[in-house]
Design a protein around this ligand. Sequence first.
Ligand code: GTP
Length: 181
Amino acid sequence: MSDSEDETRDKLLKIVILGDGASGKTAMATRLVHDAFGKQYKQTVGLDFFLKRITLSGNLNVTLQVWDIGGQTLGGPMLDKYIYGSHGVLLVYDITNHQSFENLDDWYTAVQKVAADSERRPTVALVGNKIDMEHLRDVKADRPLRFCQENGLAHYCTSAKTGESVCIVWRVGLCCATDTF
Ligand SMILES: Nc1nc2c(ncn2[C@@H]2O[C@H](COP(=O)(O)OP(=O)(O)OP(=O)(O)O)[C@@H](O)[C@H]2O)c(=O)[nH]1
């Protein structure tokens, strides 16, 4: 076997997307995997899965297994199990819906609870979605920044509709990959 074949590695990364209903989690996953956007809102019941395969330099094949968790699962019995074992977590809020930002406290608490009982702490990032509707912004820009500073999290803004910055999911995945290898 040649050196290059010898060095080829495959890795599965579990990325969990959390946040209130209608914040755009499914739309983000759909944009990432299918580069498409649907206007119609269809509530995710329980969870849904998406797969994205990427090859990194150094013969590193990474499969992102994206867990799109329905917003109604907050406070339910299955949420801990969905989060468990994740390498990366995206906490999504809708910049036009203040309550979706306020509720991130509860989503983050759920992540911390699972992380405290796990060997691995996932990389967590905050994502403000729907920035194509900046004119309807209902979350003051300094609030998420403060939340991220206080908790040591990265913050990103995306539009699943236009595709702007949705590759953040990749970045979190890659960051996890770097940590894990
Ligand atoms: N304008 C705009 N609309 C968006 C964007 N992302 C999602 N939407 C719309 O917002 C609605 C909800 O999006 P979903 O992706 O289904 O939301 P979700 O967070 O998965 O919702 P649950 O399944 O209830 O947890 C849909 O009508 C989407 O078309 C965005 O970036 N911009």
